[in-house]
Design a protein around this ligand. Structure first.
Ligand code: SF4
Length: 331
């Protein structure tokens, strides 16, 4: 018999104070929360996990987010940008492993746009892969161009629903971010969004609002990242986000949004061995394998130095341990 709070969450009758209670769930309540999340995942996806391959194509960035070492004012970071030939060749290796969804991620680097425009049609035509882009804010016209050239999906996280915290940490208007998400939806992209759990000065109420915003945006994918202090940033001395909080967010999102794709992110593994397995146990159904060439990986510092790099082997082992099955033919 489910607790009334889990029932309220499942039937959409949950109140904000109850979400706050679930965000802090431990012990039996957390166990029940995760069980319900797995039940809902099973109902919508059976035991299928979607496997994506990511290439981090550039670490140049025009933004200056306080939590990220790729911020433009970090002069200690050596910058790189892959060529279209390099991207295509890695995409080809990824496709050979049976992975059909390619995730191209970069700092907010407008100089990558022409490279993407060149390589995107080639990947679509020759490798028949689905393409997810995660490149940050752009004009509606630029998004339209990516869509026209074959991009299927775009991930643009709102990071925090607290507009003041957003402005303070990312130094840009929150409304602009929401506008970009709206444009992507209008242009027919599958859209992914989400938050960061544990940002310095983020409150639990603000995390509850993140959940409500994710519900309102009703995107196709949603994720929660975990804040990890990053060297050469204003937040380098802050404490890491709480893994339990992030796992509770995953489970709540699964129960509320039901049939969305939710990744178990590498930051979970960085904080705790088998952290990504815990993500699956909380209701996640996506894992992303890193195909960024070795010489560039260490320079892609979006969440932290010494981040955990997800290999094919680790992904497959984690999926198996969770009692799930990989579906390379992910969408
Ligand atoms: Fe740039 Fe993204 Fe890092 Fe912000 S989080 S500095 S936009 S790469």
């Amino acid at each position: 018999m489910a607790s009334s709070i889990i029932e309220n969450l499942t039937t959409g009758k949950i109140t904000k104070p109850e979400i706050i209670q679930l965000l802090q769930a431990e012990g039996n309540l957390q166990k029940e929360l995760f069980e319900q999340a797995r039940k809902i995942r099973q109902r919508h996806f059976k035991n299928k996990v979607f496997v994506r391959g990511v290439i981090e194509i550039s670490n140049h960035c025009r933004k200056n987010c306080d939590y990220c070492a790729m911020r433009y004012s970090n002069k200690n970071l050596k910058r790189y940008r892959l060529t279209s030939t390099e991207i295509f060749s890695i995409a080809k290796q990824t496709r050979k492993l049976g992975i059909k969804t390619l995730f191209l991620q970069s700092g907010e680097d407008i100089n990558i746009d022409k490279i993407i425009e060149k390589v995107l049609p080639k990947i679509k035509k020759e490798l028949k892969m689905k393409i997810i882009l995660c490149l940050g804010n752009r004009s509606k016209n630029q998004y339209k161009q990516f869509r026209k050239l074959g991009a299927d999906a775009y991930i643009l996280k709102f990071e925090t629903s607290d507009s003041i915290l957003f402005q303070k940490t990312r130094h840009e208007p929150f409304q602009q971010r929401l506008q970009c998400i709206k444009w992507l939806e209008e242009l027919g992209f599958k859209v992914g969004t989400g938050n960061i759990a544990g940002l310095p000065s983020q409150t639990i109420e603000s995390v509850a609002n993140d959940i409500l915003l994710a519900q309102k945006l009703n995107t196709d994918f949603v994720s929660t990242a975990l804040f990890i202090p990053n060297q050469d940033t204003p937040f380098e001395k802050a404490s890491s986000g709480n893994l339990n909080l992030a796992l509770n967010i995953v489970a709540i999102l699964r129960i509320i949004l039901k049939n969305v794709l939710i990744p178990t992110v590498s930051a979970f593994e960085k904080i705790k061995k088998n952290g990504q397995l815990l993500g699956f146990n909380a209701g996640a159904n996506v894992i992303t394998i890193n195909f960024t060439p070795l010489q560039y990986r260490k320079k892609y510092l979006i969440y932290s130095k010494d981040r955990f790099i997800v290999s094919l082997d680790h992904a497959l082992k984690t999926i198996k341990s969770a009692g799930l099955k990989s579906n390379h033919f992910s969408n």
